[in-house]
Design a protein around this ligand. Structure first.
Ligand code: ADP
Ligand code: MG
Length: 237
């Protein structure tokens, strides 16, 4: 334990919560399947970034996580890689079911970026991903979602529109990510986020990532996460 504490300190990782898994040093330590290891290597990712070292084993253990680290620290793979593992552990989607993984992001650009990162790792397994954001034809998005997909990366407003149109159902959604939560609040998406979370089963795994943790975001996290582990990297939060 002392050694783990020293190691975290050397990486400027702070954690809070009970029974926090120890940080990994390599992607091998995460126990990823060979296909996923190959996809990681193909990305040129040699070893996990600091946030990934600590967040990956916690997310993989099924715990809810609040991850706080500055922009550019590699937060996306911290939730995308375990999402692939989570989806592979679930029964296959039946027709008219899906998604399993739902990721909310504040802007179209961010949703697109996360979508691209998710697709790189999902491809190896034939996992389907859709990006859902404003500015694109609602009818096209409706059709794409209706065809079925395991992963939806969405901006909150357009996701609500798609839910209203019954383009997707949340019955199988068990992995929810709120990325850049602080920016989603800045953009006034709190009501939409609450509405989306309210439509997802309570036994889901919930992950919240943010560069900062304003009081309002803290309050939401307390309300919608269960026994979360908080991971902070560096001098943020
Ligand atoms: P954040 O969400 O924290 O702002 P990103 O997830 O967008 O950060 O990652 C920032 C950059 O780092 C991206 O270009 C991504 O491809 C790259 N990256 C992520 N993880 C690794 C890794 N383990 N090794 C090398 N590069 C990585
Ligand atoms: Mg990010």
């Amino acid at each position: 334990e002392q050694e783990v504490a020293e190691y975290r300190k050397s990486l400027a990782i702070r954690v809070s919560g009970f029974d926090v898994p120890r940080p990994v040093k390599t992607f091998e330590d995460c126990g990823f399947a060979p296909e996923l290891m190959r996809a990681i290597a193909k990305q040129g990712y040699e070893k996990p970034t600091t946030i990934q070292c600590q967040a990956l084993p916690i997310v993989l253990s099924g715990r809810d996580v609040i991850g706080i680290a500055k922009t550019g620290s590699g937060k996306t793979a911290s939730f995308v890689l375990p999402m692939i593992v989570h989806i592979m552990d679930q029964p296959e989607l039946q027709k008219e079911e899906g998604p399993i993984g739902v990721i909310c992001a504040p802007t179209r650009e961010l949703a697109q970026q996360i979508f691209l990162e998710a697709k790189k790792f999902a491809k190896a397994y034939g996992i389907r991903a859709s990006a859902v954001y404003g500015g694109m034809s609602k009818l096209d998005q409706f059709k794409e979602l209706k065809a079925g997909c395991e992963i939806v990366v969405a901006t909150p407003g357009r996701l609500i529109d798609m839910l209203k149109m019954k383009a997707l159902t949340m019955t199988r959604a068990t992995y929810l990510v709120l990325d850049e939560a602080d920016r989603m609040f800045d953009l006034g998406f709190e009501p939409q986020i609450r509405s989306i979370v309210g439509q997802i089963r309570p036994d889901r795994q919930t992950l919240l990532f943010s560069a900062t943790m304003p009081r309002k975001v803290e309050k939401l996290a307390r309300e919608i996460l269960s026994d979360p582990v908080r991971v902070t990297v560096g001098e943020v939060g």
